[in-house]
Design a protein around this ligand. Structure first.
Ligand code: ZN
Ligand code: ZN
Length: 194
């Protein structure tokens, strides 16, 4: 085995592509269309992301270049998360453009290894980190159920969009409420009743 075991890629992983058919002649190209279940980590924890196992659709082009294989194309994936204002479920479809050069092992330098330049392992390349970086960058920092989501009522915590326009709470401070109760007790009319 020419490669270190920790670098060996699993060819059964659908995000690991075999570049043998492409050949190493610069300029040769091959379209690749595939779908794969989403791996973990395609998102921002507890906020928004591609659910693990959801179907990713990859429409890619592999291109042989001087130092390696250039992968470019579009990945489409469902995303789900929580509205940053009202906490309602948000779901959407994300289409992200990706582009990454996977360098031939013999063309990569020590410097590349330090910079974590994507590398081919033998004839295989692994798209997982490329996807992760592209998807996480493309996700909204504040996902919203709709652009004009009103958020939650500060008093009752209900979604304002679900409440009538004139929704309001009596602006009675708790202390005033207690005082109102006292006044009622000392009111001669109410005392008569007890
Ligand atoms: Zn919302
Ligand atoms: Zn309210």
């Amino acid at each position: 085995m020419p490669h270190h075991p920790s670098h060996r890629l699993d060819p059964r992983n659908p995000l690991v592509l075999d570049t043998r058919e492409l050949g190493r002649r610069p300029g040769s190209m091959r379209p690749v269309q595939l779908s794969a279940p989403a791996p973990e980590g395609l998102g921002i924890v507890d906020l928004i992301g591609v659910p693990v196992g959801a179907e990713l659709v990859l429409d890619l082009r592999l291109e042989s270049v001087m130092d390696g294989v250039l992968v470019s194309g579009v990945v489409t994936a469902p995303v789900s998360g929580e509205c940053g204002r009202c906490l309602d479920d948000v779901s959407d479809t994300l289409a992200v453009r990706i582009q990454e050069l996977f360098v031939y092992p013999e063309a990569s330098t020590d410097h590349d290894a330090d910079d974590e330049v994507a590398q081919l392992q033998g004839d295989h390349l692994d798209l997982t980190s490329t996807l992760r970086d592209a998807v996480v960058l493309a996700l909204p920092l504040t996902p919203l159920c709709s652009e004009d989501c009103q958020g939650l009522c500060a008093t009752c915590g209900e979604r304002l969009d679900d409440l009538p326009d004139d929704h309001s709470h009596q602006e009675t401070d708790a202390r005033w409420g207690a005082l109102a109760g006292l006044l009622q007790q000392t009111d001669p009319a109410s005392r008569e009743e007890t």
